[in-house]
Design a protein around this ligand. Sequence first.
Ligand code: THG
Length: 280
Amino acid sequence: MQTVIRSNAQEVIISPEHPTVIIGERINPTGKKRLAQALADKDMERVRRLALSQVADGAAVLDVNVGAAGIDEVELLPMAVRAVMEATDVPLCLDSANAEALRAGLEAYEGKALINSVNGEEASLARVLPLAQEYGAAVIGLCMDDDGIPSTIEGRVAVAQKIVERAASFGIPAEDVVIDCLAMSVCTDAAAGRVTLEAIRAVRETLGVNMTLGASNVSFGLPDREAINEMFIAMAMQNGMNAPIVNPTQARKGILIADLLLGLDEYAMRYVGYVRSQRK
Ligand code: THG
């Protein structure tokens, strides 16, 4: 099961047999006042800088999200996509809840994008899957629907299955659906981490698809979030999650070590190369 995404210069393969693909999360105005202001001013300098720094820190794919109060995503998502394409060669993950913004971003993008995201709601399936079909893109499927995020493992798997089946009805193969079992904070729900981890295992076993995870939600409200996120990402990787959406500065080392321990780093080449590069 290989998910292939492309820019006009690079191809990235997400597969259980390949090293884990880091999707850089930092082009996102959530919690970044200055980025939000720059986007509102249509100033793409910060976007370009965040693109370059994340690629230098090991991101193989960049998530591009311009959603913030007072920002017209239909206008800004394609602008940000063009800015990132000028700055780097990596494939992009277009992140918006607005299907018109996704269309505008796909129109500007050169390559095979990863759409972030569709979910199990009928309205979302009907708006987003035709875009993936029309543009030949891969798509992230979130394990949630009209009733929210299922609290059980079986509930999450059922939504994942529905998305994979509906995608097939649009001619989108399972290879081009990347499931996100969704992380929730263990601060307010002690079972939240385990349910996500076991849902990942169950989706891998029943559907065999590749998986992403915006892992940092798991630590919301707790101290030393980085340490919690690092451990959670490694556990999710053991269960089959292979394309985390993370801050690469924080997450790269743990991901390289987890790949090493899971047999995805022959002769420890990637790990040793990373440690050497950090010593200079
Ligand atoms: N699943 C999928 N897509 C997603 C998410 C997911 N996209 C958005 C989000 N979740 C993942 N991206 C982010 C981006 C930023 C932050 C967290 C997740 C974040 N920002 C800091 C803050 O708010 O304080 C800013 C710090 C910084 O990076 O400088 O935490 O779950 N499919």
